[in-house]
Design a protein around this ligand. Structure first.
Ligand code: SF4
Ligand code: SF4
Length: 85
């Protein structure tokens, strides 16, 4: 199979090729509303949202701003906001 330059072949492959610069929207977590269910971490296609000192935080070096985490959050604790560049 021939792939175009820049194509991502496998889920999670952006772990080795930082893609944060592609992003337009950025997830903003309301830590007060978060119930620590881990669904955002489980569903993130880039595996880039993790607990840091008890809080769920996206790693913006790898977050592509897809909004899956916000869509799956049962408490609407994640809002996608336009990122200021
Ligand atoms: S927007 Fe959310 S689901 Fe999408 S890459 Fe970023 S942290 Fe992961
Ligand atoms: S999905 Fe929402 S409630 Fe669950 S850990 Fe993530 S931010 Fe918190």
């Amino acid at each position: 199979m021939k792939l175009s330059l820049g194509a991502m072949a496998e889920p999670g492959s952006t772990r080795v090729t930082k893609t944060g610069a592609w992003r337009t929207f950025v997830p903003q977590v309301d830590h007060e509303a978060c119930i620590k269910c881990s669904l955002c971490e489980i569903y993130c296609p880039e595996a880039c949202i993790h607990q840091v000192e008890g809080l769920f935080v996206p790693d913006l070096d790898y977050c592509k701003g897809c909004g899956v985490c916000a869509n799956e959050c049962p408490r609407n604790a994640i809002e996608m906001i336009l990122e200021e560049k």
